[in-house]
Structures are given as structure tokens and as C-alpha cells.
Ligand binder design. Structure first.
Ligand code: SF4
Ligand code: SF4
Length: 308
């Protein structure tokens, strides 16, 4: 099979993005993640397979979805919002087409490297003019190494700058394969204490930190480290300072530390997936706390920025 025909699972391609790397970028969001962060901002990215989203505010409570569903996955009572049994739903999209008010949508599709590349290339003029490029984010790009590696290689061949936004929870072989065609590594460190990291994300952090050191020190990749600042979970100054020290001592002070203030988007998206296990009800950190974090980092000689 040609490398351009390798298939991957994505849920979005965002054009004209000014996040996730320098300049104007096209960000490809892959679907599927090995972590299960309590604060996940993209819960629709966790599973690899397509999923049904339900937008309650658009629903006119007509019950059509329940009538048309071929596997009777939708429970409907007159005057109420429908409730979908997610274990029965096959994401066939019959109800999406039938819904009169666009209250239902399937997120996630399978695409080839070539299809994504053609889409990304449409913005090449803006990328070139702004020093931008293509970022693969997620979900977790390293979960689909064949697709991610081939898409990076194809983009570089077109003269497109490449960045990966990743948690780096992967084997060394996968890291070697994917990073061959990466120009900028944007790496998450979610907590410095491995036991707490496991509690918050489902996995320990040793392999992640080990990979980050390898990518920076052995592969010599330009790097940015990022932490989502979630008050009450990982956003305390002690953890932020420990991360700054780690950057200084293991990665070097030319690695910028991006501090991402927690926001509530994940909460509403979990509602759209009709998930009942989203337990995080946190007040996002305010500007003055974020500035305190920046000061705490910079006293170790590491450059910090708010946002990524
Ligand atoms: S996507 Fe298909 S299976 Fe799922 S609720 Fe709609 S009609 Fe039923
Ligand atoms: S078909 Fe659409 S508008 Fe009607 S009940 Fe289902 S989700 Fe709501």
C-alpha cells in the first residue's frame, strides 16, 4: 500500500489555528487516546471509533430519532429529551439524517493520509506567510503511528512545518518512527509525581518523562512543554515549580513552558456524549493566579507563557 493511502481515525481538521505551534496552522485532531485525564477537554477524542453527539439545546423533542433507530438504542418519552443507550448505538447516523433540528452529529471518521494532506495544503499560502504549518493533536497521535508518521513525512515533502501535540505515552519504537519527520515537539507533563499522575490520567509518568528526555536530548528536537493548570488537581505551585526544575535540569532553558488554564469545554462536551462520569467541577484559574505560575517558573530561568 502506498504511504499516502494509509488510513487513520480523526475527528477534526481545524484551519487557521493560532494555537499548537508557531504561525497559522492546520491542526489535525486524531481520535483515540491511551490516557483518561479527569479534566479531558476533548472527551470525543478518547475512543478511536466514531461516536454520536447530542446537542440538547437544539432538540425539539419530536421523538423522530427513536422511531428511526434500527437498533432501538434511543429511549424517548413525549415531551422529554431522548436518551441514547451508548452501548447499543453503532453510530450508523440514521437518526442524524432524520433529525429535523441538527441536534445529532457523528464525530469521527476514517481518512487516508492523502485526503488529510490535500485539505491541509489548501492553507499553505497562509502557513508560509506566517511561519506556520501543520500540527497533529488529539486524542493521541502516537496511538496511530503508521498514519501519523506518514502524514508528517508527506507534509514535510510539501515543505510544510510539522508539530506534534502529544502525551508521549508510547513505546520507544513508536517514538522513533513518528518523530523522524517532526519539526517541533509539544509535550504534555501533567504531573511530576508518578502516583498522582496515575490517579489523574490512568497511567504513571516514567515512560512519558523518559521519552521526553530522549526526544529532546537524543533526537535534538525543538520542544515546548505544556501543563493544563487544573486547580485542586495539578495546578498547585509546588507541581508547577517541580516541572520548571525538571525542564531546567533535564531539557534546557531554551524549552518554553506553556501553562494552559483549565476551561470548562470538556464538561459541556461530556454532556453532548451523554456521559455521566464527568466529575470535575472546577473553577478555572484566574489571570492573577496564572501570572503567579509564570513568576514561579521564571525564577528558575525557564521561560513561561500562558497558553500554548
Ligand atoms: S446513530 Fe444509529 S444506532 Fe446510534 S442512535 Fe442514531 S440511529 Fe440509533
Ligand atoms: S430527532 Fe432530533 S429533535 Fe427530534 S427528539 Fe431526536 S434529537 Fe431531538
Amino acid at each position: 500500500m502506498s504511504s499516502l493511502q494509509v488510513k487513520g481515525h480523526i475527528f477534526n481538521i481545524q484551519s487557521y489555528s493560532i494555537h499548537d505551534g508557531p504561525g497559522i496552522r492546520s491542526t489535525v485532531f486524531v481520535k483515540g487516546c491511551p490516557l483518561n485525564c479527569l479534566w479531558c477537554q476533548n472527551p470525543e477524542s478518547k475512543k478511536t471509533q466514531p461516536e454520536l453527539m447530542f446537542y440538547a439545546q437544539k432538540c425539539v423533542r419530536c421523538g423522530t430519532c427513536a422511531k428511526v433507530c434500527p437498533v432501538q438504542a434511543v429511549h424517548y418519552e413525549i415531551g422529554e429529551h431522548p436518551v441514547t443507550d451508548r452501548s447499543a448505538c453503532s453510530a450508523c447516523s440514521v437518526c442524524v439524517t432524520a433529525c429535523p433540528s441538527e441536534a445529532r452529529e457523528i464525530v469521527g471518521k476514517t481518512v487516508t493520509v492523502l485526503e488529510v494532506l490535500e485539505e491541509v495544503k489548501k492553507d499553505k499560502l497562509f502557513m508560509d506567510g506566517s511561519g506556520g504549518g501543520m500540527t497533529i493533536s488529539g486524542g493521541e497521535p502516537l496511538m496511530q503511528p503508521e498514519f501519523t508518521a506518514n502524514l508528517f513525512a508527506a507534509a514535510q515533502e510539501e515543505g510544510i512545518h510539522t508539530a506534534i501535540e502529544t502525551c508521549n505515552f508510547a513505546s520507544r519504537d513508536v517514538v522513533k518512527q513518528v518523530y523522524e519527520h517532526v519539526d517541533l515537539a509539544i509535550c504534555d507533563i501533567k504531573h511530576m509525581d508518578s502516583a498522582i499522575h496515575k490517579k489523574l490520567t490512568g497511567v504513571p509518568n516514567e515512560q512519558i518523562l523518559d521519552n521526553i528526555c530522549y526526544i529532546r536530548n537524543e533526537l535534538g528536537k525543538p520542544m515546548m512543554i505544556r501543563t493544563p493548570v487544573v486547580p485542586g488537581y495539578n495546578g498547585d505551585l509546588e507541581n508547577i515549580e517541580r516541572t520548571a526544575l525538571y525542564i531546567r535540569d533535564h531539557l534546557g532553558t531554551d524549552v518554553i513552558y506553556g501553562l494552559l488554564p483549565y476551561h470548562r469545554l470538556g464538561e459541556s462536551k461530556s454532556g453532548n456524549l451523554e456521559l455521566t462520569d464527568y466529575e470535575l467541577h472546577v473553577t478555572p484559574p484566574d489571570d492573577s493566579y496564572m501570572l503567579q505560575c509564570v513568576e514561579a517558573v521564571e525564577k528558575y530561568g525557564v521561560k513561561a507563557q500562558i497558553g500554548g
